[in-house]
Design a protein around this ligand. Structure first.
Ligand code: NDP
Length: 255
């Protein structure tokens, strides 16, 4: 990848929720493109195991315990990254969860947990890395949305609201921080086979068949399907791309 506009050599990336699922798929992609990767999640055992996987690719890695809903915890993550890695060039706001209940059955506590984990976290983390990116002369922020950034979800209204909000938040920081040479974009994954969707398949009758029928590619995505878009949006190849939301969905949102 040397001399390629997709080369991430010398760059440092924080991936929240990078210890498994889609986050790990993107972290592996960034590592293969040359980036050093900070794996940030609540479960330190999973963080360390993912960091070892990144090192096995040949990249530098670091495991940091963080709760992305907590301002002080995120501040400590940023501080630890700067202390150990020296810089922050890329932030992927990927940590997320869902509570599957229709609006009439969803508790206010669950609504707030989902919004805090999926949306408020992106604000907390983006704000926390902004000073380092501004001082360094630029950066890349990648927020993970969903098909529910576009479509509603009868069984997951808080999740859909949080993922719709992610797109508008992405556009807003793209506008605020364009003058700082910080590009902010969203990736909207289609249906990807992870722990999150394995429980959804158990809880939502007919989900597996609906996904396969509606996805033109006729398969679930795998976590490595997200790596290409992540590397593009993290690299100089996307320096004139900001405020966008790119579906990576096997064509799901095209119809
Ligand atoms: P997983 O459940 O496999 O991974 C979720 C990750 O988020 C874990 O690494 C978890 O780590 C981390 N996480 C959750 N809460 C917190 C928290 N409070 N603080 C820090 N880390 C947290 O899910 P996926 O890989 O499927 O999902 C990743 C992202 O992709 C989510 O934003 C999800 O909404 C989105 N997405 C997924 C799709 C899919 O089909 N799978 C489709 C569209 C979007 P830990 O528990 O250690 O904290």
């Amino acid at each position: 990848m040397q001399n390629s506009s997709f080369d991430l050599t010398g760059k440092v990336a924080i991936v929240t929720g990078g210890n498994g699922g889609i986050g790990l798929g993107m972290a592996r992609g960034l590592a293969r493109a040359g980036a050093s990767v900070v794996i940030a999640g609540r479960n330190q055992e999973k963080n360390e195991s993912a960091a070892r996987e990144i090192e096995a690719i040949g990249a530098r890695a670091m495991a940091v315990t963080v709760d992305v809903t907590d301002n002080a915890s995120v501040a400590a993550m940023v501080e630890a990254t700067l202390a150990q890695m020296g810089r922050i060039d890329i932030l992927i706001n990927n940590a997320g969860m869902s509570v599957r209940q229709p609006a009439h059955a969803l508790s206010l506590d669950d609504w707030q947990t989902v919004m805090n984990t999926n949306l408020t976290s992106a604000f907390i983390c983006a704000k926390a890395v902004y000073p380092a990116m501004k001082q360094a002369g630029g950066g890349k922020i990648i927020n993970i949305g969903s098909m529910t950034s576009i479509f509603g979800a009868a069984y997951a209204p808080a999740y859909a609201a949080s993922k719709g909000g992610i797109v508008q938040f992405t556009k807003s920081i793209a506008l605020s921080w364009a003058a700082d040479n910080i590009q902010a974009n969203a990736i909207l994954p289609g249906w990807i086979d992870t722990a999150l969707t394995r429980t959804a398949r158990e809880q939502v009758p007919g989900l597996n068949e609906n996904v396969l029928n509606r996805t033109p590619a006729k398969r679930w995505g795998n976590i490595d399907d997200l790596a290409g878009a992540a590397v593009f949006l993290a690299s100089p190849a996307s320096d004139f791309v900001t405020g966008t939301a790119i579906p990576v969905d096997g064509g799901y949102s095209a119809q």
